[in-house]
Design a protein around this ligand. Structure first.
Ligand code: NFS
Ligand code: SF4
Length: 666
């Protein structure tokens, strides 16, 4: 009997390319995931290789009680250390990216990075206000310089508290202080994580995990939040834009250049350069009708949010993008870049260009980026893509499908759209939750993963949740998964959202899934939750809100860091797949029950998507009960709904939504 073929991607366009690749003997992460079985001991956190007396693998029926490493380490110690190292790595990644953003802001402020400017002065002033920097009557660049220096202090501070801790609701801060979670400096917490987990240091699982949360907070309220703010200051605070997603964004008759990775500054410069008439002329001289810029992974989210640059999708789409045969060049910087790209690109004409001084790849071309010469480097890259256009062959799996996407929901815009420039607030959202029109809010985030039908869990959860009146805020590859399924439009609300959510979406003119940006922009979720707490009527802290975080297809250590800062901030967070510390019941108990008791947030792992949903509703409904909010009843608002008339519908369809640049106080 023939074995049933496994669906590898829930995205039909992706599946089509995978099949084409198989027919042409091209392997991707999907086949490699099938062949490369994960080691069950490592996968469940029961393996320690922190010294050369090991690796010690703590297995067996009574491993939790009886097994010991050569040094005597128990399974809970080993599992907790493994988790802490994942958090440290994730925090390091987001924060090192953030450090580069701070250095760029400093270079712009001192006039050394002449190709960039301060785009959102209001946001700079708001940030300066939070940092205690005088801004009235001062030159913008001086304020920016002080802000950059203040941010840089957060990385190297040895004692005290990182700046943005005070942005959290008082009560959330109280919990952190009570349990010793307030990070001192970002680098210090990461280094201490590495120290504590080395052979023979910290052995108490709870103590290790507490430091894990402190390190994660240094990511969420430190590195990631700093990066989001600086990116807004330099390149503009996002507001809704219309764009497109999926593989159909590539054009047969134009030069296709992809920006892939995470750090947005080179990508921003490339956005400028591709519309330069000189470059367009050069492209035409090589036989192309124009230059088509597209994005991949989180760089895509950054330029999608601010410029409406189309996205070819998330993590698992990167090899498939090349397999369309239409990509003339792809630039990659740091994080989530598959080293498989270089080899794969040799089968096509595609040039893979590494750009970060931190990251190179055998087989790729290295054009090193530096913010002092951003434009020159961007031009060099665009020229390389143009010059490669004539080398294109007919080989490739050409896909024409693409979907409209509305993105660009910064927390400033969400506030603005609920009350206009002068009365911006979170009142309508809080009221809708209190009344039960909206059951709760879910942050749907994280990676897509070839070990499950990729993007499938995001799609399933997104449709189920909005059907049950849960508003979704999405980021990272979660957003890409929704976007390339056609789920990021207001029409989606009309078709799929439950009646209460639909009514709210129609009234405000928003889709039921709000694309908030890249993975570092998960910090926007913290800011939104804080604003909801301040608005009143719900919880006065982030904890106890009818809100849940979900990362159904996570794979990166960065996702673990995010999950932990959500947990410490008070958001119950559910990850798909098997637990990376599942071997230890004690560590599992600490992360679920103990953390929930202390912080009203937790991190748990649940492979069954139906159970993820059940858990989500349970957390949301119990939070509603605790807050004594009206009981949520599905369909209750169906009868009360006032249908929008045609004029209102047409208004909704006029996009991009034209609004002035968002006023952010100041
Ligand atoms: Ni986030 Fe963005 Fe995607 Fe996962 Fe990777 S691109 S930083 S880690 S895979 S969501
Ligand atoms: Fe084994 Fe202990 Fe060394 Fe880990 S630190 S490898 S448990 S001896």
């Amino acid at each position: 009997m023939e074995k049933e073929k496994r669906i590898k991607s829930a995205n039909p366009q992706a599946e089509q390319i995978i099949e084409w690749g198989e027919a042409h003997n091209l392997t991707t992460c999907f086949e490699r995931a099938e062949k490369m079985k994960p080691c069950p001991i490592g996968a469940s956190g029961a393996c320690c290789k922190h010294c050369h007396m090991g690796p010690c693998r703590l297995v067996g029926k009574n491993a939790e009680e009886e097994a010991r490493g050569v040094c005597g380490a128990t399974l809970p110690t080993i599992a907790a250390r493994n988790l802490l190292r994942m958090i440290a790595a994730g925090t390091a990644a987001h924060s090192d990216h953030s450090r580069d953003m701070a250095m760029t802001l400093l270079a712009v402020a001192t006039g050394e990075a002449k190709d960039f400017k301060i785009t959102d002065v209001k946001k700079l002033y708001r940030v300066a206000g939070t940092l205690g920097i005088e801004f009235e009557g001062r030159a913008v660049h001086d304020v920016a310089k002080d802000a950059a220096l203040k941010f840089l202090e957060d990385f190297g501070r040895q004692k005290g508290e990182i700046n943005y801790i005070k942005r959290a609701p008082e009560k959330t801060q109280e919990r952190w202080r009570k349990w010793g979670l307030v990070p001192r400096g970002i680098d210090r917490e990461v280094v201490e994580s590495m120290h504590r987990t080395t052979m023979g240091v910290d052995h108490d699982p709870d103590h290790l995990l507490t430091h894990g949360l402190r390190t994660a907070l240094a990511d969420g309220w430190g590195g990631s939040m700093i990066s989001t703010d600086i990116t807004d200051i330099l390149f503009g605070t996002p507001m809704p834009v219309k764009a497109e997603a999926s593989f159909g964004i590539f054009k047969e008759d134009e030069v296709n250049l992809i920006v892939h990775g995470h750090e947005p500054s080179l990508a921003e410069m490339i956005v400028d350069v591709v519309s330069d008439p000189k470059m367009l002329e050069y492209a035409r001289s090589k036989g192309a009708k124009g230059i088509n810029l597209g994005g991949m992974c989180c760089t895509a989210n950054e330029v999608l949010m601010r410029h409406g640059i189309p996205t070819a999708g998330g993590f698992t789409n990167q090899e498939l993008g090349i397999m369309t045969g239409l990509v003339d060049a792809i630039t990659v910087d740091v994080q989530c870049i598959m080293p498989a790209l270089a080899e794969l690109s040799k089968k096509f004409h595609t040039k893979v260009i590494t750009t970060s001084p931190k990251a190179q790849m055998p087989g790729a071309i290295h054009v090193e980026y530096n913010e002092h010469h951003a434009k020159e480097i961007a031009e060099k890259i665009v020229r390389m893509a143009i010059e490669n256009f004539p080398n294109r062959t007919t080989l490739g799996s050409h896909i024409t499908d693409k979907f409209p996407v509305i993105a660009g929901f910064s927390h400033e815009y969400i506030e603005y759209m609920q009350g206009g420039r002068w009365r911006a607030s979170f009142r309508p959202l809080n009221d809708a939750i209190m009344a039960g029109r909206i059951r709760g809010v879910v942050g749907l985030a994280g990676c897509d993963n070839p070990r499950v039908p990729a993007t499938g869990l995001h799609r399933f959860l997104a449709t189920e949740l909005i059907k049950n009146d849960v508003l979704i805020v999405s980021t990272g590859c979660g957003s890409a998964a929704c976007g390339s399924a056609g789920y990021l439009t207001p029409e989606m609300a009309l078709e799929h959202a439950g009646p209460g959510l639909r009514e709210v979406c129609e009234a405000i003119g928003i889709p039921p899934i709000l694309h908030l940006g890249s993975c570092v922009d998960n910090s926007r979720i913290l800011t939104i939750a804080t604003a909801m707490a301040h608005e009143g009527g719900l919880s006065d802290e982030i904890g106890n809100m009818p809100a849940v975080g979900i990362a159904p297809e996570w794979m990166s250590e960065k996702a673990i860091a995010i999950g932990c800062y959500f947990a410490a901030s008070g958001v119950p967070t559910i990850f798909g797949g098997e637990s990376p510390i599942g071997a230890s019941k004690e560590v599992t108990r600490i992360m679920t029950d103990v953390w929930f008791e202390r912080f009203r947030g937790c991190l748990r792992f649940e492979p069954d998507p139906e159970k993820i949903l059940a858990l989500t509703y349970d957390y949301i409904d119990k939070a509603r009960d605790r807050l004594k909010l009206r009981k949520y009843e599905r369909g209750k608002f169906a009868a009360e709904r006032v249908l929008m008339d045609m004029a209102a519908r047409r208004e909704l369809e006029k996009k991009p939504i034209a609004v002035p640049h968002v006023g952010v106080g100041g």
